[in-house]
Design a protein around this ligand. Sequence first.
Ligand code: DO4
Ligand code: MG
Length: 294
Amino acid sequence: MNIAIIRFIDSDEQLRIGVRDDNGATYALATNSISELLAKSLAEIRKVIEDSLDKKEPVSPSRILAPIDNLTEVWAAGVTYKRSRIAREEESDHADVYSRVYNSERPELFFKSIAWRVSGPTDPIGVRLDSAINTPEPEIALVCNSFQEIVGVSICNDVSSRSIEGENPLYLPQAKIYAGSCALGPGIIPIWMISDIYSLSISVEVERGGTTCWQGTTSTSQMHRSFEDLVRFLFMNMQFPHGVFLSTGTGVVPEMSFNLTADDVVTISIEQIGHLSNVVVPSTTENFPALFVQ
Ligand code: DO4
Ligand code: MG
């Protein structure tokens, strides 16, 4: 049996944390938040989940939210796959920056989002109005607790502006952080449920006007670095008392002529983890009102 930790609104409009099984049944989890769970050790988290599966207190989600809350952060790694290195070299006048980081011991790690800005599986994702080339980035996200342990995995869409980053690598925060640029979900799969984290297929499909306009596939076997090493660098000289999501980089990048646009639907599928689908809208305040309330 596979299970996912989910954050949701129930039929009484209450925000809850639960565990959903393969059959779609959801049971209440004895925690008030994802951040409270991620403050615990892996052994404690496993016990909370197993106790809830023993008790089987059924709950009825009416809306699934992004599986992140409170002070838990999202960070991301870049240029961890050869395809990403080649794509950055194509889009940038500073190609050597990317080949140097690809071959260095120290990885590229960047801040991606605070929890309240993250889109969940029923929210839209955004494209910047001042960006000529936008792209989805399908990535496996490691979910780490406060003890630097990888306790689970999820799906992250590291939506990005290729043209803004390509213009100047110092524009990276603007290319990566804006309303609707980070989607996570649908849930967190506990790490002990994953059989081999280094051989999971990752695919992405963009649907436009009812037909597929771009798709791509890779596998975590193509990663140029180890997940443990990315986590080690992230926690070096920094604590995450409420846990952290670390998105591990994309191995699928479209050709330069592709531009993600409003009304496209992006679906990312990762083996053993699930599917994350989001509709694309312009990245305006009006389009992301829900993200301003936790
Ligand atoms: O170097 C810029 C970011 C690259 C990135 O986000 C990725 O490789 O996934
Ligand atoms: Mg990325």
